[in-house]
Design a binder for this molecule. Structure first.
Ligand SMILES: [Zn+2]
Length: 247
């Protein structure tokens, strides 16, 4: 018998749990006395503050919405950011109220896309100090994707087609622009001489296809490992920021 700790929780047997086979619970490391700085904290650069509007699919006076730099497994994954360098608990009343309006508006926009059953809204913020809310669309009928493992499935499922992804981005951007602001994602232009390829002006794919793109792997959420934080930061500095495209 494998040496399985007795504390493997029941959810590992749920249909929605993405893994099977023998699973063990990791040993929990000792807590650190002082947590490492997040991006945008102390002397660490803020990716969001440095990103130009062109890296987003829609921009308004106080809010911006961006996508991953390429399609992932879910029909739509978007991030809502405040323009101001604030975290959730720091929002003044105006922005706090607008966050509610923007959250509802973006949820409706994404839910209006074909084949979307539900939109899950998440905020973590262990990687970046700049407020960023995740919106994850669950495909209709995919009951196994229901619930809190959805961000994992986003990395596991094969990416949706780039054409569909760009079309969805354009639809959401246009929806948001109905209420103001500026849509930056446009529908894919079909290049008739090469019918299988599409191009669009926003969210151009970055040059490094190996760069992680999904919510689980995003720099905004990936906490720096305390042992080799310097290595991680050096690597991060060489990469384009997620969502900034080639701008
Ligand atoms: Zn910032």
């Amino acid at each position: 018998m494998p040496d399985t700790p007795p504390s493997v929780p029941d959810f590992t047997q749920w249909p929605s749990f993405p893994f099977e086979g023998d699973i063990r619970v990791k040993q929990l490391a000792d807590p650190v006395a002082e947590e490492p700085l997040r991006k945008g904290e102390g002397n660490r650069d803020c990716t969001a503050c440095q990103a130009p509007d062109e890296a987003y699919i829609w921009v308004g006076e106080r809010w911006r919405v961006r996508a991953m730099d390429r399609p992932t497994g879910l029909p739509m994954v978007l991030i809502l950011e405040s323009r101001s360098h604030l975290d959730l608990g720091d929002l003044p009343n105006l922005l706090a109220a607008e966050l509610g309006v923007m959250t509802v508006r973006l949820e409706r926009a994404i839910r209006s896309l074909d084949g979307v059953a539900r939109v899950h809204v998440n905020r973590w913020g262990d990687g970046s100090a700049h407020l960023h809310m995740w919106f994850l669309a669950r495909p209709y009928g995919q009951l196994q994707l229901r619930g809190t493992f959805l961000p994992l499935w986003d990395s596991i499922l094969p990416p949706i087609s780039e054409a569909r992804w760009r079309e969805n981005l354009a639809l959401v951007a246009a929806w948001l622009a109905e209420f103001g602001g500026r849509p930056l994602a446009e529908p894919p232009r079909i290049q008739w001489q090469a019918p299988s390829s599409f191009s669009g002006p926003a969210a151009e794919p970055v040059s490094e296809p190996a760069e992680p793109a999904s919510v689980i792997e995003a720099a905004e959420e990936a906490p720096a490992p305390e042992d080799d934080e310097e290595v991680t930061e050096a690597e991060e500095d060489q990469k384009p920021a997620p969502g900034t495209g080639s701008a």
